[in-house]
Design a protein around this ligand. Structure first.
Ligand code: BLA
Length: 509
């Protein structure tokens, strides 16, 4: 298969979703001048609750619509420290009636975005009920200890709590493709369990927004977009940046995507690990579905618990692996001291050598005019050419690749044993290297639809559509080894430093 075009970087990834200049119709938006507290922009549907046309509302003071108590509260928030996503409640007076709203305020340097929606508190649970629910959720996650089990338990419970038709855990890989690793769905939804979706399905700017906002809610893809009045923000003289706004209108390509998945409602919640997006919990409903504010905040809370549990498991795994690798590295360097020889120390012990340290299939060590081989390595001339290539590249620090033939074509000839290499430069001037080889691991990717067809342009070259089939599409990946992880690269770098110091000492002794 040819290389997949990177729409994540090229096209989908550049759609200005924050400048869509419209909102979804389940709420209302007011933009306030921070200095005067005058309303400078409104969503056109605000007339439904104020009874006034948008043109009548702008330039009026906020107090024309909400109580002095709420105005005071908002003034305090605008002058306070917290700036993003501050929840609040307020009341709007209309024809003598007081209507309750849940709101979120986002405070920028000159203006604030105040998004509100009718408060739906029917059947509201008490705090202790919710707390019990969360405690049970956490203890169920703590009763299991592998990533797989935690994701399954979390997804099962989230489906029960939320009532969505389908809930999936979606994990990103190093290239931002995502794989569904746990799933709970009802009959009518298609199963995507085990399937991988290309990065551009949730393109980079959409992913970046999860670092600011814990979730994205689209209760009904057939919503009527609501425009803003006036169109241009008078303080910035540009379309307003709606990055933080939960009500932000949805990119049409994604609405079509939801239609192609046969869902009307979607809510996705972030899973973070060390401040980076690790995955998403994607909730779907065949018909429209509107989780109320409390449910959304509960989800937000649970997503933090899920993120923490996942991070704890992965960190423990990493820690154990790093500790065992460090132990091996120490034993090998001790052996180098004992033998007073780098090559013997790296290769001679049958059980503990550079192959077991780096989980490699073969290794070559060249120091001065000595050249030694261990395990499955390319032949002499191939190694010679590889070293020439490395010299040409000028590799001062550790270099690694899990897809060598991609950057060095000649390696195709020995891809079975050397799809991956880890190079520790010993002395560049004399072309001395320690090189580990990893064998090819043929991999099958179960794509959710043909990844070459992520987007289809109409004949006019302007209009475009996301793919309309998510049917299993198999790709077999050849020529790649298991990846070298960060800790392996760190250990390799520390071994490089050790070898350098050891040789320096040898020279001066
Ligand atoms: C947004 N795409 C999204 C979102 C998800 C997905 C979760 C976030 C919004 C939401 O929660 O619905 C994708 N959803 C998935 C995937 C699964 C799932 C993969 O459940 C798998 C189980 N999309 C395309 C193409 C483009 C594109 C070709 O297919 C670009 C041209 C863009 N996707 C796109 C954009 C958004 C998006 C722009 C942001 C939409 C928005 O927030 O307005």
């Amino acid at each position: 298969m040819s290389e997949i075009r990177n729409y994540d970087a090229e096209f989908c990834g550049n759609l200005p979703i924050h400048h869509i200049n419209s909102i979804q119709d389940y709420g209302y938006l007011l933009v306030l001048d921070n200095k005067t507290l005058n309303i400078i922009q409104v969503s056109e549907n605000l007339n439904l609750i104020t009874g006034q046309a948008p043109a009548q509302m702008v330039n009026k003071h906020l107090s024309s619509f909400i109580s002095s108590h709420d105005v005071e509260n908002i003034t305090k928030l605008i002058n306070g420290k917290a700036k993003d996503r501050i929840p609040l409640s307020l009341a709007i007076e209309n024809e003598g009636e007081s209507l309750s709203f849940d709101g979120l305020i986002h405070i920028k340097s000159d203006y604030s975005l105040l998004e509100i929606e009718a408060s739906l508190k029917d059947g509201q649970k008490s705090f202790s009920d919710v707390f019990q629910e969360v405690r049970q959720f956490i203890s169920a996650m703590e009763s299991v200890s592998t990533l797989d089990e935690v994701c399954k338990v979390a997804i099962k419970q989230l489906r029960e709590v939320s009532g969505f038709d389908g809930v999936r855990m979606y994990q990103f890989d190093a290239n931002w493709n995502g794989t569904v690793i746990a799933e709970e769905i009802s009959g009518a939804l298609e199963s995507y369990l085990g399937q991988t979706f290309p990065a551009s399905d949730v393109p980079r700017q959409a992913r970046a927004l999860y670092l600011k906002n814990p979730f994205r809610l689209i209760p009904n893809r057939n919503y009527k977009p609501v425009r803003l009045y006036p169109v241009i923000n008078p303080l910035t003289n540009a379309f307003i940046d709606l990055s933080d706004c939960n009500l932000r209108g949805v990119a049409s390509v994604h609405l079509e995507y939801m239609q192609n998945m046969n869902v009307s409602a979607s809510m996705s919640i972030r899973v973070l690990r060390e401040g980076k997006l690790w995955g998403l919990i994607s909730c779907h409903h065949i018909g429209p579905n509107f989780p109320n504010v409390d449910m959304r905040y509960l989800f937000e809370w649970l997503s933090v618990e899920i993120s923490n549990r996942i991070a704890a498991i992965l960190n423990l795994e990493d820690y154990n692996q790093s500790a065992s690798r460090l132990e091996k590295r120490t034993a090998i360097t001790d052996f180098i001291y004992a033998k007073d020889d780098i090559i013997e120390g790296l290769l001679d012990d049958k059980n503990l050598n550079i192959l077991s340290l780096f989980n490699a299939g073969g290794a070559v060590v060249k120091i001065g005019n000595r050249l030694e081989y261990l395990g499955d390595t390319p032949d002499k001339s191939e190694v010679y050419n590889l070293m020439l290539w490395l010299e040409g590249k000028g590799t001062e620090k550790v270099f690694s690749s899990s897809y060598l033939s991609e950057v060095y074509e000649e390696a195709k000839a020995y891809e079975q044993i050397g799809s991956g290499i880890l190079v520790i430069p010993v002395d560049e001037r004399s072309g001395d290297y320690v090189i580990c080889f990893r064998p090819e691991v043929i991999r099958e990717i179960k794509w959710g639809g043909d990844p070459e067809q992520v987007i289809n342009f109409d004949k006019d070259g302007k209009n475009y559509h996301p793919r309309n089939s998510f049917k299993l599409w198999l790709q077999t990946v050849y020529g790649q080894s298991l990846p070298w992880n960060n800790n392996e690269l760190e250990i390799a770098e520390s071994l490089r430093n050790f070898i350098f110091e050891f040789r320096t000492k040898q020279l001066y002794n």
